[in-house]
Design a protein around this ligand. Structure first.
Ligand code: AAO
Length: 479
């Protein structure tokens, strides 16, 4: 369950938060496939409750398992999965298994036209009835595991996954998606379900569909959303034996580091020594759809697309460092934390569209971090470095670091007043390299800075103090 089944040497997934299925299909073919992205985490594909004002989070309120949402129909979902797999890009479904809808009104309508009664615990389109849910308590105390698992998160009706009927419904839902060609699942709110129930559910999942290019007997990739910043009784280690787990400490620590609230030199042992999961168990990211808007474990330190250079440099580190399974965020602009994706007045999502320079048209409202030239170049760097270990770690003062991977090299200076002026070992074959931070190699040479690596792999490097500056390069950027 810990193998993402990426095609070839791909290493990284992107969360195309709230994207419509037809747009994802085209994006796989035109951009993600060619640029070496490994996969896409998609928004929940099952029918959700329609909430007034259409906040993004209505999609975390399942009303049935019909595959009909604002992102598209079942047919569009099937088409997208097929086309993405053909383009070498895997699809991971955000699976909301913990609960159904939240309170506020009794009679509720779903995006597929189904009806439900919250007070009566009736979801006829599934069907679920009163006997399928846990009791009427709400989660108040995160230090009480029993309560966290058996009471309601944010008033959302809490499914009882120990009931055979509930398990069967969830397994059927996931198996339908596996048969359609998805490669795995993000398990939403995993902390709020018992590990033994999840284990039983995972155990009944089909192998991945070989007609979509998966090897025989491939198990679905599972990564479980468990927020564990070290202060609660429920820990990520209860879930890591079952599959991968989201490592929220990485997001928090990277936020602190690249905001200058910690020293980069301490990154010499980035990984489990920072009380994080073993590398093969951890899904790591700089921000996610919750913490970029103050939901979930959203603390003041988390960096987002709004933060410019510190955010970009956190991505440089995340994607160049061997630790963890990397995921990058692709967002839309918002003014308040409930605001849904760009949509027409009747609620239809407005698809992203692109300018001639390949960037998202911001007038529509999408940000598309994954389209940033730097992002695509960093994905290439990570794919080239593969599973090679970190070598040639170097640091000076508090905020100057450099390290190498097989065929790749990175250096960062975040000192306010001290220039980085040093001879650094890159591990690269001698030659002239193009720095990929601000430019790239092209037919006409290099649009960025040139880096001269001598016969023994050394690079005489100068990086100015003041704002953050960095260089990164790899064997394919050799001129
Ligand atoms: C909406 C409304 C609610 C309404 C509800 C029902 O906002 O007012 O009651 O509908 O009508 C999303 C949105 C919610 C939305 C929900 C349903 O974020 O606002 O509610 O859809 O539409 C916990 C869970 C974690 C969860 C997170 C939001 O453990 O699983 O809350 N994330 C996932 C999704 C998320 C989604 C859901 C689950 C629900 O990613 O998008 O919600 O499907 C502590 C705990 C965490 C806990 C947070 C909650 O965190 O550790 O486990 O997350 O509290 O605030 C420091 C601490 C850190 C702490 C944090 C925050 O950082 O170190 O541990 O502070 O206090």
């Amino acid at each position: 369950y810990k193998q993402p089944h990426y095609e070839g040497k791909r290493t990284t997934m992107v969360h195309l938060f709230e994207w419509p299925w037809p747009s994802i299909a085209t994006e796989c073919e035109q951009f993600l496939g060619p640029k070496g992205f490994g996969g896409v985490q998609i928004s929940p594909p099952n029918e959700n409750r329609i909430v007034n004002g259409r906040p993004w989070w209505e999609r975390y309120q399942p009303l049935s398992y019909l595959l009909h949402t604002r992102s598209g129909t079942e047919q569009q979902l099937i088409d997208m999965i097929t086309r993405c797999n053909r383009a070498g890009v895997r699809i991971y479904v955000d699976a909301v298994l913990n609960h159904m809808t939240g309170g506020g009104s009794d009679a509720q309508t779903g995006t597929g036209g189904s009806l439900a009664h919250y007070e009566k615990h009736q979801y006829p389109a599934v069907p679920y009835g009163p006997g399928d849910f846990n009791g009427a308590c709400n989660i108040i105390d995160y230090q009480a595991p029993q309560q966290v698992r058996n009471c309601r998160l944010l008033s959302l009706l809490d499914l009882n996954q120990s009931k055979p009927h509930v398990r069967q419904v969830l397994v059927n839902y996931m198996n339908r998606l596996i048969d359609m060609g998805v490669a795995g699942f993000r398990i939403d709110a995993a902390k709020h379900m018992w590990p033994q129930d999840l284990e039983a559910i995972y155990g009944q999942l089909h192998n991945l569909n070989t007609s979509h290019g998966f090897a025989p007997n491939s198990r679905p990739f599972i990564f479980q959303e468990v927020i564990d910043l070290g202060s609660e009784r429920i820990t990520t280690s209860e879930y890591s034996p079952l599959g991968c787990v989201t490592e929220f400490r990485a997001a928090n620590e990277l936020g602190k580091l690249f905001r200058g609230r910690n020293a980069l030199k301490w990154l010499h042992n980035w990984g489990p020594d920072w009380s994080m999961l073993p590398s093969g168990d951890a899904v790591v990211f700089v921000d996610n759809h919750d913490n970029q808007r103050g939901h979930g474990a959203g603390a003041g330190d988390v960096l987002t697309h709004k933060d410019g250079k510190p955010y970009e440099t956190a991505l440089v580190f995340l994607l160049a460092h061997p630790y963890g399974l990397t995921r990058v965020m692709s967002s839309y602009a918002f003014n308040n934390s409930d605001q849904g994706p760009p949509a027409t007045s009747d609620g239809a999502i407005v698809a992203p569209r692109f300018l001639r320079n390949g960037q998202c048209d911001h007038l529509v409202g999408w940000i598309c971090e994954h389209r940033w030239p730097l992002m695509a170049r960093l994905i290439e760097l990570r794919n080239i470095a593969g599973s090679s270990p970190l070598t040639h770690w170097w640091s000076q003062h508090d905020q100057q670091i450099a390290f190498a991977r097989a065929n790749a090299f990175v250096a960062i200076n975040m000192e306010k007043e001290k220039e980085l002026n040093a001879k650094l070992q890159t591990g690269l074959p001698s030659g002239v390299y193009c720095d990929i931070i601000d430019g790239e190699k092209s037919d006409s040479g290099c649009s960025g800075r040139k880096l001269y690596v001598d016969a023994e792999g050394w690079l005489q490097l100068q990086l100015p103090p003041g704002s953050i500056s960095s260089v990164a390069t790899h064997i394919n950027a050799k001129l």
